[in-house]
Design a binder for this molecule. Structure first.
Ligand code: ZN
Length: 239
């Protein structure tokens, strides 16, 4: 069994597991128990129309053949230009097709956001974004998002930004995590799910809360129980 992908967003965050060509979605709802010890990692292959096509190449999460083409294409339809805030003080500018705005912000795990322009096409949105991006990043690293998981947004800095870019509409998102302390950043898929925030999975294992970048899980084989038992016996045998 291999972790072949994940889903983010408001409706059905999930881990996508693949075994012998079949695909299974494991919902990442609060309270779900995950028990997937990680084995080796290689290319996650391709999931198409419910079928998994595995790949033996070592590059993870995807080899060059299976890496999705991230070069964005901009459609000739209405776009929103937005600002997004990630606790405590990471701010970014972004664009998305207007109808996807709420989803796009949740996919990224934004804490606060402001829709600041509506434009008639993707290329125009890209130009507006580029201008604003002269003073603000177009992306916030997942590490920074994990660092800020237990923090609150610097409201003063956010308000100052909105003075500069008056919003058409503002958003505030609650991912239901209410963490007292910053979780330990670690790539794990075993524990009780507390929730997800964008592509960050938060789970509790023992007394410790961990935060995992879902993308960092993609490509891992799940060690079977037999393998885990064998490892245990091997380590016991060493004594
Ligand atoms: Zn591949």
């Amino acid at each position: 069994m291999q972790i072949a992908g994940y889903r983010t967003g408001p409706d059905d965050p999930a881990l996508v597991l693949a075994a012998e060509g079949n695909v299974e979605r494991v919902p990442l709802e609060s309270g779900t128990e995950l028990a997937y010890p990680l084995g080796g990692r290689r290319c996650a292959g391709l999931v198409d129309d419910g079928t998994h096509y595995p790949c033996d190449r070592p590059k993870a999460p995807y080899c060059d053949r299976h890496a999705r083409d991230w070069a964005p294409s901009y459609a000739d339809e209405e776009y929103a230009v937005y600002l997004a805030a990630f606790a405590p003080d990471s701010f970014k500018v972004g664009i998305t097709r207007s109808w996807r705005l709420d989803t796009r912000l949740r996919e990224q795990g934004a804490d606060l956001a402001a829709h600041i322009h509506t434009v008639s096409s993707g290329p125009i949105a890209r130009n507006v974004e580029r201008e604003i991006a002269a003073g603000m990043p177009e992306a916030v690293r997942v590490d920074a998002k994990i660092d800020g998981l237990a923090a609150a947004v610097d409201r003063e800095a956010w308000r100052a930004l909105l003075d500069e870019y008056p919003p058409i509409e503002t958003f505030a998102f609650d991912y239901g995590l209410s963490l007292a302390d910053r979780p330990v950043a670690e790539t794990v898929a075993t524990g009780t799910v507390l929730g997800t925030k964008g592509r960050v999975l938060v789970l509790r294992r023992g007394g410790t809360v961990y935060a995992t970048d879902l993308r960092a899980l993609v490509g891992f084989a799940i060690a079977t129980e037999t393998e885990a038992d064998r490892d245990r016996q091997t380590s016991l045998g060493a004594f």
